[in-house]
Structure formats: structure tokens, C-alpha cells
Design a protein around this ligand. Sequence first.
Ligand code: ATP
Length: 363
Amino acid sequence: MTTQQKIAVIPGDGIGPEVARASVRILERIAAARSLPLTFDWFDFGAERYLKDGTILPDGFMQRLRDEYAAIYFGAVGDPRVPGNEHAKGILLAMRFELDLYVNLRPCILFDDRLSPLKGKGTNELRFTVFRENTEGLYTGTAGTFKKDTPDEIAQEVEVNTRKGVERIIVAAFEFARANKQTRVCMADKANVMLHGHGLWRRVFAIVAKRYPEIQAKAMYVDALAMDLIRAPESYGVIVTNNLFGDILTDLGAALTGGLGIAASGNIHPDRVSLFEPVHGSAPDIAGKGKANPVAMALSGAMMLEHLGHLREAKLLHDATVEQVREGKHTADLVPLLGGAASSTEEVSAELLARVERRLAEG
Ligand code: ATP
């Protein structure tokens, strides 16, 4: 008997529910047609629930995710009615840390030359994948303020770099490169200034790289890399870096490859429950208007199918979505790049579903 794979769907706030509905409909169709053992359970965690009864995530929910679920399919969190966004931290950051989702995987692959903002750089040049460390660095909240609101105020965040944490993300990047026949791995740091933490990254990178002799390994300062990603993006295949630099470089990567509306990501612990989400946030400015681009969520769904071992179906959904971007209707965010008229979330996702159906029918 095939083991069931339960997926926890957390649509969240803003445009999250709009793009989640559109994509789960497509995933359910693929699962039904191909007899995949997937079931989808919906959870209403987000600003609305938090404002109603104070729930961020209920007690025991994290354990349920660990014990019962194969993956989490996540929309976005963030709502202007919760100015401190404490619910967002308690949901998304808590899952990243408590489920130990140490790989933040963000492909930055250009699907169509018209989406490139760089002169002379197209689909052959813009194809790199970022491995961002997701559980340490400057985002752990190891921080404090002293003498607050006085002229002598001191505020600090401590950057956490553990040998184990650094090694496992670097290994993940090299393993991905090997599995995908990529010949280059670049590590971005600031080891010239941050001698201790980033010195550790340098040492571990050199040790791990020796185990992958077929892969060219290069360590770079992040400022030089940021410049080079604009000047010569074709020089990069896999990039591995810490939490903060990865956050920044992947927004740059999204901007180089068509924007937030089509940028997908995985928050992964290999072999454990992992979370897949669009790179974009809840975009309150366009929420409820039918303007949200559903492509980033659909591509995150394809990454989830791959993680769950459904490689053919992952490719089917990925290819259909890329074709949608190249040839189909698109939402307003892509009009400046692709021209034409703006279609709604529903129109784009209905057309994408039709492309998926066509591929399913072809077998
Ligand atoms: P966060 O801090 O949660 O990342 P943010 O407000 O900084 O949120 P986003 O919510 O990602 O960033 O949105 C930034 C802008 O990008 C939005 O104002 C919106 O116009 C645009 N945007 C983001 N996602 C989409 C999408 N899926 N479709 C269309 N436009 C989008």
C-alpha cells in the first residue's frame, strides 16, 4: 500500500489565500490524474485568526507537523492590522527554526529573454540557484538593547555561525550541484571583515569542496558577488551563503528573473517535513483585487512535488508553468516586461490548469 503524504496548506494573509487556492486546485488535479497519495489539510493561521482569538500557532501544532505531515504548502503572512507582525514571526520564522528547515532553496532561473532587465543577458546567462542558510546567522534573535531611548543606547544582534550549521548548508549546495551536473559552487561571505564567523565559513567551505573534486569551488566577498551577478551572471551556477546575505541576494535574483510574482522557494530539511512558499510576501496593496500572480506559488508547488519524490509530476507542473509565463496570459506585474494586457489571478490560473490537463492527457 502506498503511504499517504499529507500536506498542510497554510494560505495565510493578503494574497496568500488567492494564490494558494489557485495552486492547490492544480495540485489536486495532478494528484487525482496520476493517483498520487496526496491529501491537503487547510489551516487558517494568519492575521485574521490572530486578531479573532489570539492564536498564532496552537500548542502541539509543530509536533503534529513533524509526526503527520510530509510537507507544508505556505502562502504568505503579513498584515497591516498587525503592525509588529508578531503573528508572522510566530508562524513562518518559528517553523523555519523549530522544524530546522536549514536549506532555503531559491532558484533564480530566467524563463524568457523578455523578463531580463540586463542588456545582453538572457535565458542562457541567468540560471543560478541560491542556497541560503535558514536557521542561524543574524536572524536568530540573539540580540538586545541597552539604555534604550537614551543618547547612550546600545543595540546589537549577534551573528550565530555554528560549525554544524555552516557545514550542512555547504554540503547541501555541493550535493545539489553534483545531482544536477552543475560544475560551479560559489560561497558568498565577508571574511575580510567578519574574521571569526565568516572565517569559519571559509575554512569549512575549503574542507567540503575537497570532497567534490569535479566541482569548481570559489569563495567570494558578497559585495563583489553582488556586482558580478549584474555584470556576468553566467559565471554562477550554485551560490551558498548565510541567512542575511541570502535574503538580499535572492531578492536580487528575483529581480533579475522576472520579479517576485514568479519567484519560488523551498525551506527544506532533507528527508523531513519541509515548507514550500513563494518568495513574495502578502502584498497587502493588491490583496483581494484579483491581481496576484499565481506563478510563484505554482512553481513552489512543483518544488514540493519534487521533494516528495513525484519527479515526473513536478516536471509536468514546472514545464506547464514556464510555458504559461512564456506564451500565456499574465498578471499586471509582468506587463512592463512582457507587454500585452493584464489578466486576473483566476484567468492565469485557469489557463495554467488547462495546460496541465493537456499534459496529463498526453500521459
Ligand atoms: P514581506 O515583507 O512579507 O516580504 P513586502 O510587502 O515587503 O512583504 P511583498 O508582499 O512581497 O513584499 O510585495 C512587494 C510588492 O511586490 C507588492 O507591493 C506587490 O505589488 C508586488 N508583488 C508581490 N507578490 C506579487 C504577486 N504574486 N503578484 C503580483 N505582484 C506581487
